[in-house]
Write a protein that binds this ligand. Structure first.
Ligand code: NAG
Ligand code: NAG
Ligand code: NAG
Length: 301
């Protein structure tokens, strides 16, 4: 396995926490043998194709008035096509087809694609720069990385993870992922709360609420708002195009002074992805990282 993006990491963390009790065709096919991580980058691959143009805005959410690092107060305003709505839409589709399995090739294709989109968009929404408006989520914010020029968005999606795997884990992605899961089990004391949705913070109407209201662990509005807050605290702080992001900045957000923030975001999104999928496909499974969960872990809850 090569760990070339945060998405693959999220999907792989999630895979270790999924329940396998009651696999259906769709779920089983993706979960078996690492396929979940294999499909996690599919949504980026199809994005340039004309028949998938409509999915392009679903990879991010641009909070109106977002102005990091001075002002991060994302308030979710329903705007049709964005990362938050995509998660509502895809989850609703998966849940509907779980109740009424598709009986046409077209229906099966929609279900399969909804699952692939879901896996991808869960990773996206937990990346602070996918919830940040200026300079196209940092894509147009140049940085220095070692001697070279890169951009803030790639820094968070890819560069820091690859460097961390290399520097601290001897370029062994599996060791990095194992460490991430282990931190969730033993170090981050709030891990058992990650799958808790505050429904006060998630009550904006969406076109699929009849279905999405049934999924207790689905709260993309809260996830986006919380990720956006990190844009002010860490991501955009003291932004400068000439700063070398591979030194103190890298050490801070991957290291203990930020409580291993980069790994923590991967863990949180992986746990939440597993929770939602378990809720749809194996409702008897307890949420991951909570007491008596399948991934049996020490926690109070
Ligand atoms: C992932 O996909 C590649 C081709 O895209 C394939 O060769 C590989 O076997 C797949 N891995 C798993 C675990 O299914
Ligand atoms: C919801 O997803 C379906 C595909 O599953 C897509 O055809 C439809 O356009 C989406 N709706 C919105 C509003 O994004
Ligand atoms: C949604 O939550 C807000 C507080 O966050 C509250 O003021 C509002 O009444 C709630 N709306 C519904 C429909 O529950």
């Amino acid at each position: 396995m090569r760990l070339t993006s945060s998405l693959i990491a999220v999907a792989t963390v999630s895979l270790t926490l999924l329940s396998y009790n009651n696999n259906t065709e769709a779920y089983g096919a993706l979960a078996a043998g690492g396929l979940l991580s294999n499909v996690s980058t599919w949504a980026d691959k199809v994005r340039p194709l004309s028949q998938y143009k409509w999915t392009s805005p679903l990879h991010f959410f641009n909070p109106p008035g977002d102005n990091p690092p001075e002002h991060c107060a994302a308030e979710y305003v329903y705007a049709g096509q964005d990362n938050v709505n995509a998660l509502f839409n895809m989850t609703a589709t998966l849940n509907r087809y779980q109740t009424n399995p598709p009986d046409t090739a077209e229906g099966k294709k929609i279900r399969e694609e909804a699952l692939k989109f879901f896996v991808h968009f869960m990773g996206d929404i937990h990346q602070p720069l996918h919830d940040s408006t200026p300079l196209r989520g940092g894509n147009d914010a140049p940085i220095k990385w070692g001697g070279r020029t890169n951009n803030l968005h790639s820094l968070w999606d890819t560069l820091m993870i690859v460097k961390d795997v290399n520097d601290r884990f001897d370029n062994n992605p599996q060791a990095y992922l194992d460490d991430t899961v282990n931190l969730a089990k033993t170090h981050w004391k709030d891990a058992s709360t990650w799958t808790f949705c505050d429904h006060e913070r998630n009550n904006a109407t969406n076109p699929w609420s009849v279905d999405t209201n049934k999924i207790k662990t689905l709260c993309p509005i809260q996830w986006a708002v919380d990720a956006n807050a990190l844009d002010c605290i860490y991501v955009w702080k003291e932004y400068s195009a000439t700063r070398d992001y591979s030194t103190d900045y890298f050490n801070q957000v991957t290291g203990s002074s930020s409580d291993f923030l980069v790994q923590r975001l991967l863990a949180i999104s992986g746990v939440r992805m597993a929770a939602v999928l378990n809720e749809i496909y194996d409702p008897s499974a307890k949420a991951p990282l909570t007491k008596r969960g399948r991934a049996r872990l020490p926690s109070k809850h």
